[in-house]
Design a protein around this ligand. Structure first.
Ligand code: PAP
Length: 337
């Protein structure tokens, strides 16, 4: 994998005050619905729901981002395992430069090792410049040049029930930390109703997944479609698949030397969540902050059972089945699994 050239100096933090005004104006004209807290409405943009905080950078990327054919995008809806995918991808891509003792992931939260397209943080990504860029944007909202340049895309999604539960906990923490005493997130039951109507950050969830699923069928060599549950079940297979997809497959010698296992162990939930930076560090974004620990909650498949009733689970499964019907994609787990 080439590390040198492709990071571009276009950064959303360089948006001129005039552009910010323009984007704010554009956002103010969008249809709105109540979000999961009293602090921010959800805005309808290109058939998806967004919090305004995510839209400004998305619009800036829409207008200014020029993809290079060698860029590789790590795309996912929120809370489906992006932090883990970033860590694994970074470790795979930089394995000849670093080992566990000096890899930037040891001292930097994965989100700061691989930048987000829509936060425009290219210049702040830690360590070597690698052609990996993450995004939570739906496929149809990606800047046109990403598709036109034939960039590779890894897409990661997750059982919607676990995704929903993870999202509710994440936003609750953000609201508690940033607006202490000023109100709360809606209850998990209310948020569930909204999620089932498609009203969630970057939702409807099923449309996000379907967009990339259909694109992966049309362009199989360019889009690698993964599920969190598959990554948990066969992490080794996924890590090897990622390396091949990135164009830097593991050699037999590397496999013999246990490099694959080393990466898996270093990027495991237990290992990353116990690093000091991920226990006590913070990400400061404009006027809000996120504790790095918020990206590491439990990392379990099926945790939804601790928060949703069987009926709620069944209801969301049915909605997904209905929305995905005929696509060939399912999130139902077969009895053998
Ligand atoms: P983001 O949208 O804010 O980037 P994202 O990383 O996609 O969040 O998802 C967070 C989920 O991944 C959390 O799930 P949970 O709430 O159900 O626990 C988080 O715990 C899980 N996660 C983070 N790191 C790892 C890891 N190394 N291995 C497995 N799961 C992980």
């Amino acid at each position: 994998m080439e590390f040198s050239s492709t990071s571009k100096p276009i950064i959303a933090s360089n948006i001129s005050p005039e552009s910010i005004q323009e984007y704010r104006k554009e956002i103010s004209t969008l249809p709105k619905e109540n979000g999961w807290s009293q602090f921010q409405d959800l805005c309808s943009y290109q058939d998806f729901w967004f919090y305004p905080i995510f839209l400004q950078g998305a619009m800036f990327a829409r207008d200014h981002f020029e993809a290079q054919a060698s860029d590789i995008f790590l795309c996912s809806p929120m809370k489906t395992g992006c932090t883990w995918l970033k860590a694994l991808s970074f470790a795979i891509a930089t394995r000849t430069q670093f080992d566990d003792s000096n890899i930037p992931l040891r001292t930097t939260v994965p989100h700061d090792c691989i930048p987000f397209l829509e936060y425009g943080e290219y210049s702040t990504a830690a360590g070597p410049k690698i052609p990996l860029i993450a995004s939570h944007l739906p496929y149809t909202c990606l800047p046109r040049s990403i598709i036109d340049s034939g960039c590779k895309i890894v897409y990661l999604c997750r059982d919607p029930k676990d995704t929903f539960v993870s999202m509710w906990h994440f936003f609750r923490k953000i609201v508690e930390n940033n607006k202490p005493g000023e109100g709360d997130l809606v209850s998990i039951e209310e948020a569930f109703e909204l999620f089932c109507k498609g009203l969630s950050s970057h939702g409807p969830y099923w449309e996000h997944v379907l967009g990339y699923w259909k694109a992966s069928l049309e362009r199989p060599g360019k889009i690698l479609f993964l599920k969190y549950e598959g990554m948990v079940k066969d992490t080794e297979g996924c890590v090897k698949k990622l390396a091949e997809f990135f164009g830097c497959p593991f050699s037999l010698e590397e496999e013999r030397d246990g490099i694959v296992q080393r990466i898996i162990k270093f990027c495991s939930f237990e290992s990353l969540s116990n690093l000091e930076v991920n226990k006590t560090g913070k990400q400061v974004k404009k006027d809000a902050f996120v504790d790095n620990s918020a990206y590491f909650r439990k990392g379990k498949v099926g945790d939804w059972r601790n928060y949703l009733s069987a009926e709620m689970g069944e209801r969301l499964d049915n909605i997904m089945e209905d929305k995905l019907s005929g696509s060939g994609l399912t999130f139902r787990i077969s009895p053998q699994e």
